[in-house]
Design a protein around this ligand. Structure first.
Ligand SMILES: [Zn+2]
Length: 432
């Protein structure tokens, strides 16, 4: 298209725009809702015209060429221009693009589709990226409805929405988004598991991890959490690699001279994993889990006196938080249960003495607090909820392990970086 033709086209589009405005310009005062409606409609029609003009032109001007079959790489021959609806961000556009046929495979293909990165449902990368964002946050069955309600110029069916979301997630699983930069202070890593219901294998544990920069002063507003530079990791099929991936990230973000805090709730696989993947670490047992064990001791010491149990518990929590576990452990060892219920109490004493002895080095809470390290694994429990529970554990949901996996990766990427541009992942996941 030369300069003159382009000018003519611009004038044509501008005139169509002016004509629309003349038709819809309200007489007198329109209310705000009417104004918005009119503006949106005219804007959408005009941008759609513009998109259609350029997209169609490109398809019609596409030179015929020798193309290789995408399946067997053999020669193809040109059949005709083939009309197809392409779903663009501005709506559906019918285009006629060159169609080539491979006699060996008995299949046809349109090279322009590949060049444009069209995915399932003939969607452009922008549409794919937007569907994926919706599919990441809301159930697939709701995606068409939400798309319509928020006024998108396109709407896809449930199956296509699901397929596109999974393609983007699979591309992210294959090549994860760029990691966050090095930490300004200490780094903490926390890992946890959460069960979700699968179709074939019943309840199955997904694993979640979060790597972040703890800040004792940060409140829990989303803005303050941004300052923690949280990175999310998760997996169901990939669950064995979640901890290793998180530890690698923690190591690469570690500030020389600052510690990596490794938090756990007491589950053995977590400590064993840290030992394998994070040679230099400060292991911290979640304070609230430790307190649950204290509560068990409190009830065993004062089985018939709830007030006395509560007082003991409150004193020992304070002791554990501000002094540490050592006097507490000595007290536990010196405790001699007597009278009614003493057999049960001795069992509690034996188990909890074992628990506090095993975890003694992970309960130096006063030191952690002084060094600006977290004492609770609330961050990862939140991560489990955000990453998995909120999307995967809704009424009636059952998951295939391989279809859940890309969605976890997609959600982890979006929780880590809400601004992440998914268009390049959309193209990477394109099918033909
Ligand atoms: Zn072929």
């Amino acid at each position: 298209m030369d300069c003159q033709q382009r000018e003519a086209k611009i004038r044509e589009l501008a005139e169509a725009y002016a004509e629309r405005l003349r038709q819809v310009w309200p007489e007198g005062d329109a209310d705000i809702t009417e104004i918005e409606e009119i503006a949106e409609r005219v804007g959408a029609e005009t941008s759609r015209d513009f998109t259609e003009e350029l997209v169609r032109k490109q398809a019609e001007a596409e030179p015929l060429r020798k193309t290789a079959c995408p399946h067997c790489a053999g020669p193809t021959h040109y059949k005709s221009r083939y009309e197809q609806e392409v779903v663009t961000a501005l709506g559906r556009v019918r285009v006629r693009r060159a169609y080539y046929y491979c006699a060996a495979c008995q299949t046809g293909s349109c090279p322009l589709d590949r060049q444009w990165g069209l995915g399932a449902g003939n969607t452009t990368p922008t549409v794919q990226a937007r569907v994926a964002v919706l599919g990441a946050w809301v159930p697939y069955t709701r995606v068409p409805q939400v798309t319509r309600q928020i006024g998108m110029a396109w709407c896809l069916d449930v199956k296509t929405s699901e397929l596109l979301t999974q393609r983007v997630g699979a591309a992210l699983r294959q090549s994860p988004a760029a990691p966050l930069g090095p930490a300004e202070r200490s780094v903490a890593v926390a890992v946890d598991g959460v069960f979700l219901l699968t179709r074939r294998e019943g309840w199955k544990e997904a694993r979640c991890a979060v790597v972040y920069e703890p800040d004792g002063d940060a409140s829990r507003t989303p803005e303050d959490c941004t300052g923690l530079h949280k990175e999310y990791f998760g997996g169901l099929a990939d669950r064995e690699t979640v901890l290793a991936r998180a530890c690698d990230r923690a190591k690469s973000r570690q500030n020389p001279g600052a510690s990596v805090a490794a938090l756990g709730d007491g589950a053995h696989w977590i400590w064993e994993g840290y030992a394998r993947h994070l040679p230099e670490r400060v292991e911290i047992l979640d304070f609230y889990h430790a307190c649950q064990h204290l509560a068990r001791v409190a009830h065993a010491r004062h089985p018939a006196d709830a007030d006395a149990a509560a007082t003991w518990l409150s004193e020992q929590r304070h002791e554990l938080r501000h002094i540490g576990p050592w006097r507490l452990l000595r007290e536990l060892q010196a405790w001699e249960p007597r009278g009614k219920g003493s057999t049960a109490a001795r069992k509690v004493r034996a188990e909890e003495t074992g628990y506090f002895t095993r975890n003694l080095e992970r309960m130096d809470y006063p030191r952690y607090a002084r060094s600006g390290l977290p004492i609770g694994s609330g961050a990862v429990e939140g991560a489990c909820k955000h990453l998995v529970t909120a999307r995967f554990k809704q009424a009636g949901m059952r998951w295939g392990i391989e279809t859940a996996e890309p969605l976890i990766h997609l959600r982890a990427a979006l929780l880590t970086n809400p601004e992440l541009d998914l268009r390049s992942y959309a193209q990477a996941g394109t099918i033909h």
